[in-house]
Design a protein around this ligand. Sequence first.
Ligand code: PNS
Length: 167
Amino acid sequence: MSPDRAQGGVAIYPGSFDPVTNGHLDLITRGAKIFDRLVVAVAQNIDKAPLFSVNERVEMLEAVTFDMRNVEVDVFEGLLMDYARAKGAQAVLRGIRAVSDYEYELQMAMMNRKIEPEIETVFMLPAEAYSFLSSRLVRELALLGGLERLRELVPPVVEQHLRAKVG
Ligand code: PNS
């Protein structure tokens, strides 16, 4: 890799974001400081039936990143590495919360490296306060009547969307 490509550049932060949490936002903020451009890419073809449509997920992400000048929100389908290559990205950003994330992330990173060896997976740690937080638990909390307890876990706009969806 040439030295100029080793600094900054474009990174893709892919995920389901169903919905975006404060943990995701923490990682986006950290990633935006390191990369010149960070593309938050919402996966369209996820196995699980999402609570929020792609448009809703994008809308929430755009709302929470509107003041981040080097962050954009996009949608992708198909292989992440095909998308990353088409975007001219040098890196894929993923968050690791606990050891339990590691095995899945390792498998995915190795498979992605096999598909596209030129694009690195970069792992970052969210703030400790979010090390237990996941979209799945947020959805569960909202669906089981715990909307009031979401305040420090998701941005206000997401809380509003959850309220509208399950309230
Ligand atoms: O937020 P998630 O659900 O952990 O995100 C997972 C995601 C969307 C990043 C991952 O499933 C993905 O990259 N899907 C696209 C298909 C792909 O390229 N899979 C990995 C190589 S086989």
